[in-house]
Every structure is written in structure tokens, then in C-alpha cells.
Design a protein around this ligand. Structure first.
Ligand code: ADP
Ligand code: MG
Length: 264
């Protein structure tokens, strides 16, 4: 059964979409079957994987409204080596559409259920808010990956997110865990970044990925070609960092599985 990972942080511009696309593609490069769900009305994950979001006939809003199945909505983003459920600006109306709907918080979960056996990983690229969309992602997910920039207000934002995660685990999804904290656009020469990084380690210990994502212009350029960095410039520091992260994720998962089996 595949793992559903919500990539989330209510702060915009921290690297959620960049991380979603590039981790998905890196895992796909190691022969994992990966689905990326674009849950942001900006549709950046869709366009970043080469999907023309303005030409979409079916998109994630249709799935959330129960009008189409996730399977019908899925596109093979061949170049990126992954499947994607795309989004566009229509998704901005989700909150209003779902306002009086039944099970409005678990719609994504129900929609993805038939797909979990088909994929090794399903990533959900969340919007920069703690809206009904993000709640749907947190209800559907097994774990949360939190990309963050190590700057002054980063930790403050994190506590709001942790509160929301706490409420979700308390009321609807008790098995939700933190997959990992990912330091993005990281510059080890920046004293504040190193300080915040130290605080993250204090709070989250091993949950902080060892791999850091450096600031790298190739990561910013690749989406305009509809490609993950790996396919745009394989030797760039950005592409290599996300490949290293995929390796770290796989090793973590293997050692967790080993630990669980030795307990059983
Ligand atoms: P979010 O999805 O959290 O809003 P994005 O992934 O869209 O964040 O990133 C915000 C901006 O920063 C984008 O223009 C993106 O291309 C750029 N960016 C993200 N990560 C990096 C990085 N490691 N190096 C350079 N630019 C980056
Ligand atoms: Mg984004």
C-alpha cells in the first residue's frame, strides 16, 4: 500500500511545490510509482510537470465535488515520470462549493482510496493556507512533509501548522505523523539559517532531514520548461539535492519497516 504524504506549510514561497515536483520525480527515477496531487488553485505543480492548466477539462475540483473519480482525472506526466491530478484557478471556489457539502473534510481521502494500491507514493502539494483544502490533505495523508526556509518567522508559522495537525490527529486522523522537516533554499553561510536550523533539531530531532536543499537557480528555471530539475539539468545542485532526499526517505522507510518487523 502506498504512502500518502501532504507537503504543507501555510506560508507561501517556502518551496512546497518545488519540493513536491522534485521529490516525486526523484522517487520515480528510482522506479517508484508516484502520483502528485495538485491541491493549490495556483496550479504550479501542474504547470511545473508540463500540464497546460488552462486547457484542463477535468481537474481536482471535479474530484472533490464527487463528479469525477481520481482515476479519471489522473494525467500521465510522462516527461516527469509521474502521474498528476492537476488543478487550476477553478479550485479557488472549493471552499464555497464545499461549504454545505457532506463529509467536506474527507473528500480527498475517499477519492484517493482506490488509488493507494496503485502507487508507492502519493504527494499532495498544498496551498499556502490552512483552508478546507489543506484540511482535506491532512485528513487523507499518512504523514506530513514540511518544507521551510530557515528564517526569523519560520518557527512562528510552524506552531500554527502543528496546532492544526494536532487538531486533525485528535479528531479525525489519529495516525497522521510528521514525515519530515525539509530545510529549503538553505545557505549554511547564513548565521540565522544555522541558528534556526539548530532550533529545528532541538524541537524535531531526527525528523529534520539531513539533506538540505540549497538555493539553486535551476530549481527555479525548470518549471517554465514543465520539467523537474532532474530532467532539466541533471547535474545541478538542486537536482542532486532532491535525489539525495529521495534516497534519505527510502532509507528511513526501510529502517522503520525493519524496526517494526523486529518488534512484531
Ligand atoms: P510554495 O509552493 O511553498 O509557494 P515554491 O516551490 O513555489 O513555494 O517556491 C517559491 C519560489 O521560490 C518559486 O519561484 C521557486 O521557483 C523558487 N524556489 C523554490 N525552491 C528554490 C530553491 N531551492 N532555489 C531557488 N529557488 C527556489
Ligand atoms: Mg506552491
Amino acid at each position: 500500500m502506498g504512502k500518502i504524504i501532504a507537503v504543507t506549510n501555510q506560508k507561501g514561497g517556502v518551496g512546497k511545490t518545488t519540493s513536491s515536483i522534485n521529490i516525486a520525480a526523484s522517487l520515480a527515477a528510482t522506479k517508484r510509482k508516484v502520483l502528485l496531487v495538485d491541491l493549490d488553485p495556483q496550479g504550479n505543480a501542474s504547470s511545473g510537470c508540463g500540464v497546460d492548466k488552462d486547457e484542463l477539462e477535468i481537474h481536482i475540483l471535479d474530484v472533490l465535488m464527487g463528479e469525477k473519480s481520481a482515476h479519471e482525472c489522473m494525467i500521465n506526466a510522462e516527461q516527469a515520470g509521474i502521474y498528476i491530478i492537476p488543478a487550476n484557478s477553478d479550485l479557488a471556489a472549493a471552499e464555497a462549493h464545499l461549504l454545505n457539502a457532506d463529509h467536506k473534510e474527507s473528500r480527498l481521502k475517499s477519492a484517493l482510496l482506490p488509488l493507494v494500491d496503485e502507487f508507492d507514493y502519493i504527494f499532495i502539494d498544498c496551498p499556502p493556507s490552512l483552508s478546507i483544502l489543506t484540511v482535506n490533505a491532512l485528513v487523507a495523508a499518512n504523514s506530513v512533509m514540511i518544507p521551510m526556509q530557515c528564517e526569523y518567522y519560520a518557527l512562528e508559522g510552524l506552531s500554527a501548522l502543528l496546532n492544526t495537525i494536532g487538531q486533525i490527529t485528535e479528531h479525525v486522523n489519529p495516525d497522521l505523523t510528521i514525515e519530515g522537516i525539509l530545510r529549503t533554499m538553505y545557505d549554511p553561510r547564513n548565521r540565522l539559517a544555522v541558528e534556526v536550523s539548530g532550533q529545528l533539531h532541538e524541537h524535531f530531532g531526527e525528523k529534520v532531514y539531513r539533506t538540505v536543499i540549497p538555493r539553486n537557480v535551476r530549481l527555479a528555471e525548470a518549471p517554465s520548461y514543465g520539467l523537474p530539475a532532474l530532467l532539466y539539468d541533471r547535474l545541478s545542485r538542486g537536482a542532486k539535492a532532491y535525489l539525495a532526499l529521495a534516497g534519505e526517505m527510502i532509507r528511513r522507510q526501510e529502517s522503520e519497516a525493519e524496526a517494526n518487523s523486529s518488534v512484531a
